[in-house]
Design a protein around this ligand. Structure first.
Ligand code: HEM
Length: 417
C-alpha cells in the first residue's frame, strides 16, 4: 500500500479548499496523490481519499456502498460532515435525509417519484423560461461597464429557474440564494457556531416557505413541480409532507449554487483560454461540447463520499466497514489514464465520460436542467458581450468551502459592445 508517500501533500484541512494553495490549484495536490498514494489514508479527517478515475467511478457505482452518513464510523469524515451538519441544522427532531444521503429502498422509492415530476417534458418546458430569465438579467446589465458575473448573472439565474419550476416565481429569490449558500456551509468540516446558526435559520426559513407553497398548491394546483409532488402524495400516499419539504429543499440547494458554479467556472475557463473562446464564438454550435468540457475541467462538485458496509479492498488498499471513502470527481476528471492532456481546456474534446454529475444510482437528477441552463446562459452572455474580459483591477475570489468549487465574485469588464 503506497500511503505514506502522499504525506508531503499534508492531510485533513490542507487537502480541502479551506487551504488557499489547494483552492488555487487542487490538481497540483491531486496529481501527486494519484501518482504516489492513489488511495490516500487521511488520518486527520478519518477518510480514504481516492484520486484515480477507475477507483472513483467504481466507488460511486458500487452497489454495496452506502451514502447514509449515519452508517459511517464515529469519528470519520462522512459523519463529521454530513451526519451532524444535517441533523443539527434542521432545528426539529424529524430528520429526513436528502436523496443523495439516502440508501435503497427509500432512495429508489423517492427518486422514482421525483423523477416522474422531473421528466424531460418539464425540462423542455423550462427552455423558454430560462431564455426569458437570461434575457431579463442581460437587459439589466446591458449599459454597465463592469459587472460581477456571479452576483449580477450566474447567481440569480438558476435560483429563479428552480423557483419558476416549482411554481414559486414571485418568491423572494435573494432569500432562497442566501439560504442555499448557508446550507452548503453545513458541509464544512470546520464549521463554527455562527455557520451553524445560519444553517439552522436557513433550514427553518426554507421549510416554512415550502410548507406554505405546498398548502397553496393543494388548494390551487398548477402545472409545476410542487403540484406534481403533492399529487404523488395524494394519489399513492407514498410521499410524506416532510419528504416533500425535504425534496424541495434539496432541489433548491443542489440545483442552484452548483449551476451558478458551472456557469462561473465555465466562463472563467473560456476567458483564461482565449483560443477556446474564439473557437466557441466562431462556432457557437459547439456549446454542448463546451459545457461538457467545463464540467470535466473545473467541476462544481469536487468530491463525494461512500461508506463500505463490509471490509473490502480498493486497489492495494484495504478498507473497513464504516470507513469514509472520499471519491474525488475533480481528480478523476483530470486522470491522464482517462483523458489525454487532462489539464488542457479543450472544447473540442468529447468529454462525455466525465464524472461531474457522478455516476450510478445517485447520478445527478438535475443534470439535464443544469446543462440546459449553462448552455443558454453562456451562449447568450457571449452573444450580448462580444468584448467581455476579466476586470484587470479586481481579482476573482473563490469560495473556501470543501466539495463545492465556485466563485463568490468574478468581476468582468463588459463595456463598449
Ligand atoms: C452543474 C450543476 C450540478 C452539478 C455539478 C451536480 C452534481 C451532482 C452530483 C455529482 C451528484 C451525485 C452525488 C453522489 O453520487 O454522491 C448529484 C446528485 C443530485 N443532484 Fe445534482 N448537480 C447539479 C445540478 C443539479 C440540479 C439543477 C438539480 C435539481 C434541480 C440537482 C439535483 C440533484 C439531486 C436531487 C441529486 C441526488 C440524486 C440521488 O441521490 O439519487 N442537481 N448532483
Amino acid at each position: 500500500m503506497k500511503e505514506a508517500d502522499g504525506a508531503d501533500q499534508g492531510e485533513g484541512e490542507a487537502l480541502t479548499a479551506r487551504n488557499p494553495a489547494f483552492r488555487d490549484d487542487p490538481h497540483r495536490f491531486y496529481d501527486r496523490l494519484r501518482s504516489s498514494a492513489p488511495q490516500f489514508r487521511d488520518e486527520s479527517y478519518g477518510r480514504i481519499l481516492l484520486t484515480r478515475y477507475d477507483d472513483v467511478r467504481a466507488t460511486v457505482r458500487h452497489k454495496g456502498f452506502s451514502v447514509d452518513a449515519r452508517r459511517a464510523n464515529d469519528p470519520s469524515y462522512m459523519r463529521r460532515v454530513a451526519g451532524t451538519g444535517v441533523l443539527e441544522g434542521r432545528g426539529d427532531t424529524a430528520y429526513e435525509p436528502p436523496l443523495v444521503l439516502l440508501d435503497d429502498p427509500a432512495h429508489r422509492r423517492i427518486r422514482g417519484l421525483v423523477s416522474r415530476a422531473f421528466n424531460p417534458h418539464s425540462i423542455a418546458v423550462m427552455e423558454e423560461r430560462i431564455e426569458a430569465i437570461t434575457a431579463s438579467l442581460l437587459d439589466a446589465i446591458d449599459d454597465a461597464d463592469s459587472i460581477d458575473f456571479i452576483a449580477d448573472f450566474a447567481a440569480p439565474l438558476p435560483t429563479q429557474a428552480i423557483l419558476d419550476m416549482m411554481g414559486m416565481s414571485d418568491a423572494p429569490r435573494d432569500d432562497f440564494k442566501r439560504w442555499s449558500e448557508a446550507i452548503l456551509w453545513g458541509y464544512d468540516p470546520e464549521r463554527d457556531s455562527a455557520t451553524q446558526t445560519r444553517l439552522r435559520e436557513a433550514f427553518l426559513g426554507m421549510s416554512a416557505a415550502f410548507r406554505a407553497a405546498i398548502a397553496a398548491r393543494r388548494r390551487d394546483p398548477g402545472d409545476d413541480l410542487i403540484t406534481a409532488m403533492v399529487r404523488a402524495q395524494e394519489e399513492e400516499d407514498r410521499l410524506s409532507e416532510l419528504e416533500i419539504i425535504s425534496l424541495c429543499t434539496q432541489l433548491m440547494v443542489a440545483g442552484n449554487v452548483t449551476t451558478t458554479d458551472l456557469i462561473g467556472n465555465g466562463l472563467y475557463a473560456l476567458l483564461t483560454h482565449p483560443q477556446e473562446l474564439s473557437l466557441l464564438r466562431a462556432e457557437p454550435e459547439r456549446i454542448e461540447d463546451a459545457v461538457e468540457e467545463m464540467l470535466r475541467f473545473d467541476c462544481p462538485i469536487t468530491e463525494t463520499a461512500r461508506i463500505p458496509l463490509e471490509d473490502e479492498q480498493i486497489g492495494a488498499c484495504p478498507v473497513r466497514a464504516g470507513d469514509t471513502l472520499t471519491a474525488s470527481l475533480a481528480a478523476a476528471n483530470h486522470d491522464p489514464e482517462q483523458f489525454d492532456e487532462p489539464h488542457d481546456f479543450n472544447i473540442a474534446r468529447k468529454a462525455r465520460e466525465h464524472l461531474g454529475f457522478g455516476s450510478g444510482i445517485h447520478v445527478c437528477l438535475g443534470a439535464p436542467l443544469a446543462r440546459l441552463e449553462a448552455r443558454i446562459a453562456i451562449h447568450r452572455f457571449l452573444e450580448r458581450f462580444p468584448r467581455v474580459e476579466l476586470d484587470p483591477m479586481r481579482a476573482p475570489e473563490r469560495r473556501a468551502l470543501p466539495f463545492f468549487r465556485g466563485f463568490t465574485s468574478l468581476p468582468l469588464r463588459v463595456g463598449q459592445h
